[in-house]
Design a binder for this molecule. Structure first.
Ligand SMILES: Cc1ncc(COP(=O)(O)O)c(C=O)c1O
Length: 370
């Protein structure tokens, strides 16, 4: 048993808890910064834990993509020198006002004329805005489609670009290929689309924001690595925008930076043949796993056994009959009630996904493994 498992004193814990591995996070951030030829903006929604945010900042990222005033306040409370991008395409009027006047936010995204007008009015017709038009793009390569809800295309896109350029000289185009995007091709298609919209609009844009989407390597070992994605983006950007050296590339990675920096430790509350009822589920920290149909690496935690592994399914603690993960999760056949299981690769879209259904979840303890 690794030494640190003895030190956690976890045996008394009845709630699921996390183990944070800052070194992995630092490595991910440094790799992204080294390989991406533009400004890297961390997408706070993916994992807004304070220690995670501090590590990201200390590893070199100074820009943050937020979706709400609460996220802005969190970032501002932690870092005095940083840049905030308010990239939720739909924001309430008071939230825009507060972000602009109280927190100095200048970057806003939108995908329709009404939202653009709202941003302009709420900021007192400000002239120093950076306006990001969110276009829709092919999301067929991803596990979480983000173009069903947001994004504009065709004639509407370039007329919105023209309208925005009358409000500010700093306009650009953003897209999101969808989260856990399994092919670099998606970025190529999106960049070509941006190029076509921009040339039809006749507007000189200042930035192209390629969003997030870079996948975590869960159990799909055949996925191209991050370098392949960034290489494709670089070459496609060059091809399409070669004549415009003043256009800046932005990216808003989330998952790829944090997915492997945390694991989750859960407890078996009842073993029923190959069903393991555990103290976490889809109303807790496992909703992303269910949504994406992921199968995470798992292992018995804090205990040694040489019994052979057999496949199990996980059942959450609530009365919701959908609260289960089919798996298969391979664990020792001798596993029993009160044993602990470590579920790896649990850093992205997990901490904030819990709800109050059946009253099970409180704020989890997070141990740090330096
Ligand atoms: C606007 C925006 N940017 C960035 C991200 C992060 O995406 P990912 O975690 O796929 O990198 C998201 C995720 O929903 C998003 O909505």
């Amino acid at each position: 048993m690794p030494q640190e498992e003895k030190n956690y004193n976890f045996k008394q814990l009845n709630n699921p808890f996390y183990i944070f591995r800052p070194k992995k996070l630092k490595k991910n951030v440094e790799t992204f910064l080294k390989k991406f030829d533009g400004e890297t903006i961390y997408s706070v929604k993916t994992n807004p834990n304070e220690n995670v945010l501090k590590k990201i900042y200390n590893s070199g990222i100074r820009s943050f993509d937020v979706a709400s005033i609460k996220e802005i306040k969190l970032i501002k409370s932690l870092f005095s020198k940083c840049k905030i991008y308010y990239m939720n395409p739909v924001k309430s009027y008071p939230m825009i006002q507060e972000s602009y006047f109280k927190f100095g936010v200048r970057d806003f995204s939108f995908d329709c004329s009404d939202e653009l007008e709202k941003i302009s009015k709420a900021t007192g017709m400000a002239k120093d805005l950076n306006l990001h038009i969110r276009i829709s793009t092919n999301n067929n390569f991803c596990k979480v489609n983000l173009s069903k809800k947001f994004g504009i295309e065709g004639v509407e896109a370039y007329s919105l670009l023209r309208k925005a350029s009358k409000i500010s000289q700093n306009v650009g185009v953003s897209f999101h290929v969808g989260s856990q995007c399994l092919s670099p091709e998606a970025y190529k298609i999106a960049l070509r689309k941006v190029s076509s919209i921009v040339s039809k609009s006749g507007i000189r844009i200042k930035f192209v924001n390629i969003g997030g989407g870079f996948p975590g390597k869960y159990l799909d070992v055949s996925l191209p690595n991050l370098a392949a994605y960034l290489k494709k983006i670089k070459s496609e950007f060059k091809k399409n925008f070669n004549n415009y050296s003043d256009i800046k590339l932005l990216s808003e990675p989330g998952r790829v930076l944090v997915y492997n920096c945390m694991s989750l430790v859960v407890k078996v509350i009842l073993k029923q043949k190959k069903k393991l009822f555990i103290n976490d589920g889809i109303h807790g920290h496992l909703s992303e796993i269910k949504k994406l149909g992921l199968i995470q690496p798992v292992r018995l935690f804090g205990k040694k056994t040489n019994k052979k592994n057999i496949p199990f399914s996980f059942y959450g603690p609530t009365c919701d009959s959908n609260d289960f993960l089919k798996g298969p999760f391979f664990l020792p056949e001798s596993i029993k009630n009160e044993d602990f299981i470590e579920i790896d690769l649990m850093g992205a879209y997990t901490l904030t996904s819990k709800n109050d259904f059946n009253g099970f979840y409180s704020k989890p303890i997070i141990f740090t493994k330096e």
